[in-house]
Design a protein around this ligand. Structure first.
Ligand code: GLN
Length: 477
């Protein structure tokens, strides 16, 4: 049968593979052809692996033996900050050019066990710092819906790959919105799991108390499939959650909207689409209430203190001795300085400086400690709304980003403008709760359909609620 990539989901591909309508090799070839055709314009990938068909053949052997898993033979793209043993991984940085991973990330181990096929590594903002994929040492990625716009970031390559049918699904990482915001800009689904649900072992660290790997897919059901496969306790990550039984919600759900928070610089087209999305869910039987999250407006400030603090510490290991690039110099100190000066891009350097500043004695109390204290107040706000004695909701809804995908170059000169794109996504990372971004339609500009998105946040470990709402919003069974 001819393979229509636009119609495929993981579940459908799995059914076809099981019925032998096509083989894993044919499926992988179809994706490789699609990438060949489209990636010259989009540049979602930094590298396509040379063993894709070999991996697919192994999957076919497994299918022939009747031992196929849901993910056996499913072509997946991997963000360039997740380790696959023996393959290059660079976090889109010059400092890790030609670095080869020495072990598999935990999520990769699980995907390998399931027989998934890795197509290649996707472009991203260097060390996941950015919201547009323009901060990559390997060129920018274009939005597949309009090449003049950014795909979002930092997992812009992963989102663009899925949106252009250059992968059936992808993995990204989300420290402050890097799975959800590009998913929204590219019109696909993105999940940031509860902190600790996916192991961070083998993820190149940015902000360790905020980082989570997350799936980017075409449907909510597919995000759920990947979530179930990858939500496995890992003793190698001390923050990995212990195994637990997932709850199942059957009751009528109430969704909270923090209306005060939505006043913050939201584009009128985004707001209109958001209000229409609420109406759509209302007619599907969901109840809505207005909720107040008094400290959430500080989330962006908290994030841009804690994240650079953690990132500057994590990036201290790139010293030219242990990994990747090494610039020769007469003394060890000069070697550090030269290597880091050459290896890191402007945005990474900016954050290292910010991080060192807020952690330095004299400023530590004024910034780092204060941000930490505020972090717990934001967490308390959410806890009150989810579990308190007053108005209680099952989920909270916001737009995913305050604007649609912006033009390439528009925010590069103004980092603060770039940071504003994260206003609705950072709270979930600060609090550690799960959040799901789903496409909510498009707006038309210059004859192009530009995707818009909405986000649902839920209580800790209640991804089930988010999947339920997301599926009913998109009309999935
Ligand atoms: N855009 C945010 C930042 O620049 C989020 C990054 C991320 O989630 N990795 O920090």
């Amino acid at each position: 049968m001819t393979i229509d990539l636009a119609q495929l989901s993981i579940r459908k591909a799995h059914d076809h593979l099981s019925k032998k309508d096509f083989s894993a090799r044919e499926l992988a070839q179809a994706y490789l052809r699609s990438i060949e055709k489209k990636d010259a314009d989009v540049h979602a990938y930094i590298e396509i692996y040379d063993d894709v068909l070999l991996q697919a053949d192994k999957a076919d052997e497994r299918i022939a033996l009747g031992e196929a898993d849901m993910l056996t033979g499913i072509p997946i793209a991997i963000k360039d900050n997740i380790l696959i043993a023996g393959k290059k991984v660079s976090a889109a940085s010059k400092i890790l050019e030609n670095y080869h991973a020495t072990y598999d990330a935990h999520v990769i181990e699980l995907l390998k066990k399931a027989g998934a096929v890795f197509l290649g590594r996707t472009n991203m903002d260097e060390f996941a710092m950015g919201g547009s994929t323009e901060h990559s040492a390997y060129g920018i990625t274009h939005n597949p819906h309009d090449f003049s716009r950014v795909p979002g970031g930092s997992s812009g390559g992963s989102a663009a790959a899925v949106a252009m049918d250059g992968a059936l699904a992808a993995l990204g990482s989300d420290t402050g919105g890097s799975v959800r915001q590009p998913a929204s800009f590219c019109g696909v689904v993105g999940l940031k799991p509860t902190y600790g649900n996916f192991s961070r072992s083998g993820l190149i660290a940015m902000g360790s108390s905020l980082d989570q790997i997350g799936p980017i897919t075409k449907t909510v059901a597919d995000a759920e499939i990947l979530f179930r496969q990858l939500r496995v306790h890992d003793p190698k990550d001390s923050t990995s959650l212990a195994a637990y039984e997932e709850k199942k919600s059957t009751e009528k759900l109430t969704i909270g909207i923090p209306y005060d928070f939505l006043e913050k610089g939201v584009d009128p087209a985004v707001r209109k689409n958001f209000d229409e999305s609420v109406k759509k869910l209302e007619s599907a039987g969901y109840a809505f209430v207005s909720v107040s999250l008094p400290h959430v407006e500080h989330s962006l400030a908290i994030y841009y203190i804690l994240m650079p603090a953690e990132a500057s510490t994590n990036l201290a290991r790139f010293d030219g001795v242990r990994y990747g690039l090494r610039a020769d110099a007469p003394t060890l100190l000069a070697q550090y300085v030269k290597t880091r000066g050459r290896g890191f891009g402007a945005e990474v350097k900016r954050r290292i400086m910010l991080g060192n500043y807020v952690l330095s004695s004299g400023y530590y109390d004024a910034y780092y400690n204060k941000a930490n204290a505020l972090r717990s107040l934001v967490a308390k706000d959410f806890d009150t709304v989810f579990n308190g004695n007053g108005v209680r909701v099952h989920a909270i809804m916001t737009p995913t980003a305050p604007t649609p995908a912006f033009p390439i170059g528009a925010r590069m000169a103004d980092p603060l403008q770039m940071y504003l794109a994260d206003i609705f996504t950072v709270p979930a990372n600060i609090v550690g709760i799960p959040a799901l971004a789903v496409p909510s339609g498009t707006m038309v500009e210059s004859g192009k359909n530009i995707p818009l998105g909405i986000q649902f946040m839920g209580p800790h470990r209640r991804e089930d609620i988010l999947f339920r709402i997301g599926k009913s919003f998109l009309g999935e069974s």
